[in-house]
Design a protein around this ligand. Sequence first.
Ligand code: ADP
Ligand code: ADP
Length: 229
Amino acid sequence: TPIIEFRDVNKYYGKLHALKNINLTINEGEVVSIIGPSGSGKSTLIRTMNGLERINSGQLIVTGHDLADKATDINKIRKNVGMVFQNFNLYENHTVLENVTLAPKIVLKRPDDENKEIAMRYLEKVGMADKANAYPRQVSGGQKQRVAIARSLAMHPKVILFDEPTSALDPEMIQDVLDVMKYVAEQGITMVVVTHEMGFARKVGTRLIFFDKGEVLEDRKPEEFFAHP
Ligand code: ADP
Ligand code: ADP
């Protein structure tokens, strides 16, 4: 079942044609890795999927709503589509636990007891339960990213977008974050991941897209990609 559909999508930054007539369908449960040179439009592509960037033409249907339609409530889409950033974007003045409970409290109006229970459950899954009362500045980059993933999971999204989630990390922290991403994939959550981590793309990914100059150059199963380089 399609969960993200680009139909003839174009995106411009002024005169720069960042996304060139994209046609792309992502189905529920797919784990799509996106690779390609710097500046090719990978980040733009995934940022359109939750409305962080607006498209200029075409249709972009995400969890049943067309992002090109001015009448579409973007907040409805963001409930279903989480995002994990390169630089974590945690709330620095809130504890690890509060980082995870804040959005469900405000956006979903989840009752406090249940909210805390769900948050702690995901913090355990990502190995951060013992840091629940720490502040982001007190934990490492790898740990911050695991909190960011727990925060996403606590919203029970259908899709999580990852924009170079390990690129800002010291090498020794990368594997822990990739392990958590593998756990996310095992939950059946649709994932779109801009990454340089070929091991993840090959072992966890179900599909690999090579993006260049605002276009999809190749779109294959990882095993085909690696068999025919
Ligand atoms: P990638 O993620 O592959 O590195 P981006 O999507 O970040 O590529 O960028 C694609 C192109 O769009 C680049 O040429 C970049 O400089 C440009 N670009 C990205 N964001 C903006 C912006 N907010 N304003 C103007 N140009 C932008
Ligand atoms: P990870 O488990 O993500 O690989 P590290 O191995 O980098 O984390 O960190 C080891 C320990 O050092 C962790 O318990 C972490 O809390 C602590 N630590 C790392 N960076 C900082 C920091 N900037 N401030 C305080 N503690 C830190």
